[in-house]
Write a protein that binds this ligand. Sequence first.
Ligand code: S3P
Length: 173
Amino acid sequence: MILILIGYMASGKSTLGRILAKKLNYEFLDLDDYIETNENVSISEMFKTKGEIYFRKKETYYLKELLESKTNLVLSLGGGTPCYSNNMEMILNTNNAKSIYLKASIPTLIARLKNEKSKRPLIAHIETDDLLSEFIGKHLFERSQYYSLANATLTTDNKSENDIIEELIVKLF
Ligand code: S3P
C-alpha cells in the first residue's frame, strides 16, 4: 500500500507522514526531498535557475516513478503536486494507493507560513502579512478542487499529532 498525504503548504504533510510511517513500519518519503536528492539541487534553487515549469515536470516524473515502484510507503507530496499535469488522476488510478487530504484552516496556514516563507519559492517574495493572507485565501480556493478529490479528508485544526495519526489510521484502513 502507498499512503499519499496531500494538502496546502504547511498543512503538516511531512511531519505527520513521518510519524505515520514509523507507526506502520512503512518507508517514508517526501516528494520534494526525493526530487532534491535525485536532482542534486534544492527546490528553491531549481525555481530560481530553471523556473516553475521545469520543477513541475520533475515533480510529475518522480511522482510517477514512486507510484510505479514502491509499496509500504507513506508519501508526502508538495502542496502543488495534485494540481498540475495529470498527477491527481495518476494518484487515483494507482491500484495500491490511498490519498488523504490534510485540511487546515486558512488562519492556521497563514500563522504557520508567516514564519516559514523563505524556503517556499511561491510565497517568499510576498512582503506583507495582508498580502500573504490574500494570496493564501485565493490560492487555497483554487487548489481545493484538486485536494478534495482525495480518497479521504481529515481536518487537522486544534487536534494533537496523536489524534490526527489515530484518525488517519481509521480512515486509511
Ligand atoms: C509548492 C509547495 C512546496 C514545494 C514547492 C511548490 C506548492 O512543498 O513543492 O515549493 O506549489 O504549493 P510544501 O507543500 O512541502 O511546502
